[in-house]
Design a protein around this ligand. Structure first.
Ligand code: DP6
Length: 346
């Protein structure tokens, strides 16, 4: 017999960034974070998990057709946790098939460039964890699954929910309270949109994992970001979302992106994720907002040069329109693609 289950998980783009681990093994963060889950139609990972006694003994993972190493601690942690829950379910009930001990075969497809700073690990681990949970018919809640997905990649815990999603840093040393939670469903503020400016689809220079470890060890800005700036902004951001206040949402989004990249520059040796095209994108957003006389567009950058610009549907013409005309006109933007993504939840 072959047992099989499939799922998809969307990409999320943080507006308050996770940067720093207090426990690198469990991916326990030094600050809470908050993201918007993008529409599944645009950026997502589709994953099928299967298991069978007829499979070769080793677990396997295929990503976009290429075999991946599953021996890493993060993938192993996810497999181990899910198998333990399945073993519990099987108990001594002989009518429940014994799946926990069977080899797993995971097949994943992204519909976007991997490791381009487009949060591919987030959608990837979220889909992997949910696919196996479905395969094992686990009664686990999204919160439970977020605790497992976090161990695969920190930001993955936020992709288990749609809409506006927080990740509570927690304080327990075993990570039991470091989980994702939904701040609001996508339907609460359905006119939110995002355009992604793909400056480079190349693999990023410094991985988030390495980068944040170096930041924690060397940056003097880091401590105040984690202990003062982010906690304050988490509260401001949740209020902005509750009140659907785009000006507040946009301002906090841009300031937190700037704070994160300043902390990267303050790392020794310094980490540069933004390039000249990224900085030009910031200028474009500033000119859009200056022309509107208020904040109608907000940029944010993860661990790479690609800009994500949030805006409301009613300002589509001003924001996405201006970006498109600039992309067509300016030589410096050659190779950059504007991709419109609907920032609606799962
Ligand atoms: C800048 O979740 O990729 O995108 O836990 O080491 O896998 P690991 O890191 P990862 O880091 C994401 C960093 C970020 C900010 C964010 O998504 O919150």
């Amino acid at each position: 017999d072959i047992y099989r289950a499939s799922t998809t998980a969307p990409v999320n783009i943080a507006v308050i960034k996770y940067w720093g681990k207090r426990d690198p093994k469990l991916n326990l963060p030094t600050n809470s974070s908050l993201s918007v889950t993008l529409s599944q139609a645009d950026l997502r990972t589709h994953t099928t998990a299967s298991c069978s006694a007829s499979y070769p003994k080793e677990d396997t993972l295929l990503l976009n057709g290429t075999p991946q190493d599953v021996s890493g601690a993060r993938t192993q942690a996810c497999f181990r946790e899910l198998r333990a829950l399945r073993t519990q379910l099987e108990g001594s009930d002989s009518s429940v098939p014994k799946l926990a001990t069977l080899p797993l075969k995971i097949v994943s497809e992204n519909n976007f460039p991997t490791a381009a700073g487009l949060a591919s690990s987030a959608a990837g681990f979220a889909a992997l964890v949910r696919a196996i949970a479905n395969l094992y018919k686990l009664p686990s809640s999204p919160t439970d699954l977020s605790r497992i997905a976090r161990q695969g990649s920190g930001s993955a815990c936020r992709s288990l929910f749609g809409g506006y999603v927080g990740w509570e840093q927690g304080s327990a040393s075993d990570g039991s309270d470091s989980v994702a939670f939904q701040v609001a469903p996508a339907s609460h503020w359905p006119t939110m949109r995002a355009v992604i400016l793909v400056v480079s689809a190349a693999k990023k220079g410094v991985s988030s994992t390495t980068g944040m470890q170096t930041t924690v060890a060397t940056s003097s800005l880091f401590a105040s970001r984690a202990s003062e700036t982010v906690p304050r902004r988490m509260a401001e951001m949740q209020k902005a979302i509750q009140e659907k206040d785009f000006e507040a949402f946009g301002k906090v989004t841009m300031m937190d992106s700037n704070s994160f990249h300043a902390t990267c520059l303050d790392t020794y040796p310094p980490i540069f994720y933004l390039n000249d095209v990224s900085r030009a994108a910031i200028k474009v957003v500033e000119s859009i907002n200056a022309a509107a006389g208020r904040i109608v567009a907000a940029y944010t950058f993860d661990a790479g040069p690609n800009a994500v610009v949030y805006y409301l549907e009613e300002n589509e013409k001003d924001v996405a329109g201006l970006f498109k005309s600039i992309l067509e006109e300016k030589d410096g933007w050659k190779g950059a693609r504007g991709e419109k993504i609907e920032a609606q939840g799962a």
